[in-house]
Design a protein around this ligand. Structure first.
Ligand SMILES: [Zn+2]
Length: 264
């Protein structure tokens, strides 16, 4: 819990590129940015809302997550938190599994999870209070990141760490991929009523140009096939489409991910 008397914190989605969300954690005075792939829209929001940047938080090395760091550092000399990856320029506070720190001036306590799979350096940030997860490209609403660097076994372990968070945890992922993820999810699990209801609700949001993110861990556990691949119905489906020879967890996850890669 925050012990200061300042206003409660909010999280603002800053859209960037085609479908990225850069997450701005802020009060009335200060702000921290998660994964600033582009500095322009961040500087614009800081200026419009008269906020001072106090920290940069990075989840992994991809350009659409770190590209804006140099330009932000030109204007704001702030600490940069991120993974132990010398390929990312500007990190002042390299972080490992279990590390805890407080975001400067915002008083938000965060802990770090190592979640390799999408990339090997990928980390996620968890705020137990108020229950926020910043997970970059690891867990998406209705899906998960592609395995560019890690193995299915690594991603299985990483997603299990995220699924173990409380159901009420808000999932701030980095892309608006929800509808295309849920179309695939429906193909995988056509009898899941929670999923069908979610698809309709998220589709309405998109029709009104609203973000479908953040999601919640509880909702992901009931609708996201990449957290549900050991469900008998999903194992049956993978077997019936000829993608799974046994019913073991990691091969099932790998088969599901490969199916999604090929799905249009
Ligand atoms: Zn990425």
């Amino acid at each position: 819990m925050r012990m200061s008397l300042s206003k409660p914190l909010s999280v603002l989605a800053i859209p960037a590129f085609a479908d990225n969300y850069l997450w701005l954690i802020h009060d009335d005075i200060n702000a921290a940015i998660v994964d600033p792939g582009d500095a322009g829209p961040v500087l614009e929001v800081l200026r419009d809302r008269k906020l001072t940047l106090t920290a940069i938080l990075l989840t992994h090395h991809h350009a659409d997550h770190v590209g804006g760091v140099p330009a932000l550092l030109e204007k704001y000399r702030v600490p940069v938190y991120g993974p132990h990856n010398p390929a990312i320029a500007g990190i002042t506070h390299p972080l490992s599994e279990g590390d805890r720190f407080t975001v400067p001036e915002l008083g938000l306590a965060l802990s770090v999870l190592e979640v390799p799979g999408h990339t090997l350096d990928h980390i996620a940030y968890v705020a137990d209070e108020p229950g926020w997860l910043f997970c970059g490209d690891t867990l998406f609403a209705g899906g998960c990141g592609r395995l560019f660097e890690g193995t299915p076994a690594q991603m299985v372990e990483s997603l299990a760490k995220l699924a173990a968070l409380p159901d009420r945890t808000a999932v701030y992922c980095a892309h608006e991929y929800t509808l295309s993820n849920l179309k695939f999810a429906r193909e995988v699990e056509p009898q899941n009523n929670a999923l069908l209801a979610r698809f309709d609700a998220e589709q309405k949001k998109r029709e009104q140009n609203q973000a479908t993110v953040p999601s919640f861990i509880g909702l992901e556990k009931s609708t996201n096939p990449f957290l549900r691949y050991t469900e008998p119905a999903i194992l049956d489906r993978l077997t019936s489409v000829g993608r799974l020879a046994n019913r073991e967890a990691t091969p099932a996850f790998a088969a599901l991910r490969e199916w999604k890669n090929a799905y249009r």
